[in-house]
Design a protein around this ligand. Sequence first.
Ligand code: HSE
Length: 307
Amino acid sequence: MASSVTVRAPSSTANLGPGFDVFGLAVDAFFDEITLTKTKEKKVTITTKDNIPTNPNHNTAGLVIQNMIKKFRTKDGIQITIKKEVPAGFGMGSSAASAAAAALAFDKLYRLNLDDNLLVELAGFGEKASAGSVHYDNVAASVLGGFVIVRTDPLDVIKIDPPTSLRMCIAVPKLAVPKKKTKVSRGVIPKKISLSDSIINLSNAAAIVAGFMRKDPEMIGNSIRDVIVEPARQHMIPGFAKVKYNAIEAGAFGVTISGAGPSVIAFSKSSANLKKISAAMEKGFAHAKTDCLTVICKPSKGATKIR
Ligand code: HSE
């Protein structure tokens, strides 16, 4: 059996507007890489050149691996080497990418052949501990790739292959994000919603699924319409309304907050002028005196063993 395995897992965008905590899409904007190496000394250690916690109790990958060692009663120590590319705290599924890569790497290292739902659940353990709540949208996308629909109780993830022409422009604003950002941005969401708002969101969520089934980027983008979570969170993103307006004017089909933000994501297709959409989003942020990094990306496959 190999004594070392390396897995790469993609960034992801959660919610896609009306699919709060339910929809996820893996995107090839950024990747995290995790190498697991068996060691004789029975403990978990983390090495990295990136500025992330190296205490396994405070690190998403560390939490996933410690939990898997306990669950599968493996006897070795594990050294986790992390190359982190997904920016942490910007709504790009950063902790999920590390958690997904760690879970799959452990599965491969011990040839466990775990099924998709269990892998997602085990990767979600890291998310739960770091974000303080259970939501599998990012981890499911990062583990499985493509577009995912997450059902809970029991956890059941449905994957749909996205249209090959689907493209996203993501603007990552250079903001100082709060430490417990996801917790903070979940705190502003209304606890109760009206029936009429739930009907609008449900109809658009259903149309997004239809868009993925029909491989129709325009139907997907036009249905990125959320009247519940986006209005409650948008004040946390300086210039959001302008960024959204500009992107639509430049030809995007739909625009929303990526996950819990503050990145903003525009949905489009390969034949559109994606540079124009990105530039328009950049201008929107500039209007609010905020610099941003823009990335044009495609849907990604899920976590993959590369060595
Ligand atoms: N669905 C989650 C949220 C994703 O929007 O809070 C962030 O982790």
